[in-house]
Design a protein around this ligand. Sequence first.
Ligand SMILES: NC(=O)c1ccc[n+]([C@@H]2O[C@H](COP(=O)([O-])OP(=O)(O)OC[C@H]3O[C@@H](n4cnc5c(N)ncnc54)[C@H](O)[C@@H]3O)[C@@H](O)[C@H]2O)c1
Length: 407
Amino acid sequence: MIGHGFMGAAHSQAWRVAPHFFDLPRRPEMAVLVGRDADRAGAAAARLGWTQVATDWREVVTREDIDLVDIVAPGNAHAEVAIAALAAGKHVLCEKPLANSVADAQRMADAARAAAGSGALAMVGFSYRRVPALALARQLIADGLVGRVRQVRAQYLQDWLSDEQAPMTWRLDREAAGSGALGDIGAHAVDAAQYLTGQQVQGVSALLHTFVTERPLLGESRGLSGAAGAGRGRVTVDDAALFTARLGEGIIASFEATRFATGRKNALRVEVSGSAGAVAFDLEDMNVLDVYDARDPAGRQGFRRIQVTEPEHPWMGAWWPAGHAIGYEHTFTHQVADLVGDIAAGRQPRPSFDDGLQVQRVLDAVERSAGERGAWAPVEAAGEAAGEAAGEAADGATDEASGGAAR
Ligand SMILES: NC(=O)c1ccc[n+]([C@@H]2O[C@H](COP(=O)([O-])OP(=O)(O)OC[C@H]3O[C@@H](n4cnc5c(N)ncnc54)[C@H](O)[C@@H]3O)[C@@H](O)[C@H]2O)c1
C-alpha cells in the first residue's frame, strides 16, 4: 500500500476485516506499507497492521512476492505508481479520482487494458458504489421501479473549509489534487449518478468558484485539515462546483460539490426521478433508501423509508443480524471483498480504470465549461476500446451489486 493517511487507514481496515466477514477465495496478506518518511511509515505500519515498511515504492511494486498494489496517495502520485505496478504484472487498486488530468487517466486506462491481457486487473476506488443503499437503488432502477429515468439531482456537501483560517493542505493545491471540490467529492457525485442510471454524462454547463483564495500554511496535519502554521499560501483550486448535465437516454441532471456547505458534514445526496417513481439517498443517513412508487393508490402516496440492513440487501448478509446498521468503513471492506473475488475469478473489477477515465473526462468538461463562462462543453468521446469498456460498465453494474449480495 502506497500512502498511510486517511485512505491508508480506511483501506487497511478493509484488508484486515474483509477475510473475517466475507468468504474470500484468496486470503490477503498485508505485506509492505510505503511512506516517504521511514519513521512515520513505521509507526503507521504498526498501527494499521502491515508487516514491513519501505520508502521507495519503485522497489516494492516490482517485488516478486507482491501481487497487488493499493494506491492511497494524492492524485499526482496515481499515474506513475499505477502504470509501473501494472507493467510489473501487479493488480492495482487506485483511489479516486483516477488521476489529475485526462491525459494521465488515459495512460492509466491504456496500461490497465494492456495488463488485463496478462491477468493483472485494476480497480478505481469509487467506494460509494459499495454502500448497500446505493447498490439497492441501482437494482431498483434497473428493475424498472422508477420507470423511465428523467432527472438526477446529485450533491456532495461538506463544510470543513468554510472557516477561512483552515490551513492549506494538498487538497487546495492544483498540482497535487488536480482540482478542488470538483475532483475530490464532485467525482463521487458523477460516478454515483452514472452508476445509478447506467447512463453517462454527455455534456455540461458549469460554474466553479473559489471563496477563499489565500490561507495559512499547514502547521500540523489532522484529518482532512489541521492546525495553521506560519506564512500563507495561495489556493489554486475550486471551492465549489455547480453544473447541469445531459446524460444518455434524455436524462438531465444537476450537480453540486462544495466544502463550504455550512452544517453539511458529509452529505452525498442523490435523487433520481422517473416516470413511475423516485429514489433518494443521503450519505448522512447511509443505511436508508427513500423510495417513491407513483403506482401507489392516490391518497397513500409518499416516500417510503427502506432500512437497508437486511440479509437480502447487497453485502449485508455478511454482517450483523437483520436491522443492525453499518458505517462508512464497511464500503471499503465491500470494495476489497469484491476486488479479491474478481481477481480470483479473473473478472474485470468495477469500477475499472476505463470507468475512472470517463469520470475524469466529465471533470475536464466541467473545467472547460467553467472557463468559458458556462458555455456548453461536451464530454470528450471515449476511444474505441474505452467506449466498449464503458458500455460494459453500464451492463455490468447490476451484476456488481447482485454479486455483492451473493458474497
Ligand atoms: N474513496 C473515498 O471516499 C476517498 C476519501 C478520501 C480520499 N480519497 C482519495 O484517496 C487519496 C488519498 O487521500 P487521503 O485523504 O488519504 O490523503 P492523506 O493526506 O490523508 O494521505 C495521503 C498519504 O499519501 C502520502 N503521500 C503523499 N504524496 C506521496 C507520494 N508522492 N508518494 C507516496 N506517498 C505519498 C502521504 O504521506 C500520506 O500518507 C486521494 O486520491 C483522495 O482523493 C478517497
